[in-house]
Write a protein that binds this ligand. Structure first.
Ligand code: ACO
Length: 325
């Protein structure tokens, strides 16, 4: 028996925010954003949409794609850094929306690595025999923590969601292995200072714009490349898979130049690398899952393929895995 992704689904909000739109808001240009990041547009929630609304739609798509009754789900793990509210967990909100009850639900806060961390947590619960079917929902409304007066961050981020049903299956091999990493010493290079117990919301924190994401972009850029290269090498070593055996490489979609550098360092050609950053920007936890779903729907995932995913985000937290279809 193998532990595998039985079904995958994604959802992005309808509203499109283009580089041309951003030119009207901050001192930037389509040319600068395109050449420095590869991003042309991103999706933005409507005022009535929150992370659980996107998550609900991607979860329904994943459950339908898995071909199971939702009642088979025994646990919900939601990966988000933009929960609907500090508590209860977005997972509990998702459980209610899905009409399920009395199954364990919890959130994980690992930023852009959320989809891969979620898969690995689910795999361990399943491999240990505790549960057999787990729903992972990676969902972020980054627009809710984006400062649209800060040109160095607002051009990067977008909203979206991806879900996966992970289950025991007699059709293997499934998830071959994962590598998880983190380093809290870099916490303040990419963070949201206020809104937690350290600096609860106040007129002062709002007026100082402390409820938005702050990032030292060029330092994050360099560490992101090294960490993702290291994470892929670690998971290749762990699973005994050669980089040449990778059929499809799905890196986190934060910046096209980061993706190109990671691929070049690893010796993985761009033809094997899935890229959709031009349409969505960085959707944090959702990016890798949305890419996997789009790759599958585009016919780029075939029986016997070996897929390598890798991500990096706030924390810093990074993760990689290898899946055989
Ligand atoms: N338009 C025009 N000019 C800009 C813009 C903009 N939108 N943003 C910055 N600039 C300017 C800067 O002010 C600077 O000007 P100066 O030289 O006069 O001071 C110049 O462009 C260069 O700025 P850099 O920050 O050095 O630009 P860089 O090439 O590093 O690109 C970027 C910035 C795109 C943010 C890049 O550093 C990056 O992608 N960083 C990593 C992002 C990432 O991976 N985040 C991790 C995941 S996010 C998460 O976890 C939620």
């Amino acid at each position: 028996m193998a532990t595998k992704i039985l079904g995958i689904g994604s959802y992005v909000p309808e509203k499109v925010l283009t580089n041309k739109d951003l030119e009207k808001i901050v001192d930037t240009s389509d040319e600068w954003i395109t050449t420095r990041t590869g991003i042309k547009e991103r999706r933005i929630c409507s005022p009535s949409e929150a992370s659980s609304d996107l998550g609900y739609k991607s979860a329904l798509n994943a459950i339908a794609n898995a071909g199971i009754l939702k009642e088979k789900i025994e646990m919900i793990i939601t990966a988000t850094i933009t929960p609907d509210m500090p508590f209860p967990s977005t997972s509990c909100i998702m459980q209610k929306k899905l009409g399920l009850d009395n199954i364990p639900c919890f959130d994980i806060n690992v930023a852009c690595s959320g989809f891969i961390y979620g898969l690995e947590i689910a795999r361990n619960f399943i491999d240990s025999g505790t549960y057999s079917t787990i729903l992972i929902i990676a969902t972020d409304c980054m627009s809710s923590v984006t400062d649209y007066t800060d040109r160095s961050t607002c051009i990067l981020l977008g909203d979206g969601s991806a879900s996966a049903v992970v289950a025991k299956s007699d059709e293997g091999p499934g998830i071959l292995g994962s590598y998880l990493g983190a380093s809290g010493k870099y916490a303040e290079l990419l963070y949201m200072p206020a809104g937690g117990s350290r600096q609860p919301a106040s007129i002062g924190t709002v007026s100082q714009r402390l409820h938005y994401m702050k990032m030292e972009g060029s330092t994050v850029y360099k560490i992101a490349i090294n960490s993702m290269v290291d994470a892929v090498n670690m998971v290749l070593k762990k699973t005994g898979i050669s980089k040449d055996d990778i059929s499809l490489f799905i890196p986190h979609q934060a910046n096209l130049r980061i993706i190109q550098s990671v691929g070049k360092n690893l010796g993985i050609p761009m033809e094997k690398t899935f890229i959709n950053i031009e349409r969505y920007g960085n959707m944090s936890a959702a990016s890798v899952g949305v890419a996997l779903d789009e790759a599958a729907r585009a016919g780029k995932v075939r029986k016997g393929d070996i897929i390598c995913m890798v991500a990096f985000g706030s924390g810093f937290v990074w993760a990689s895995n290898i899946i055989k279809i």
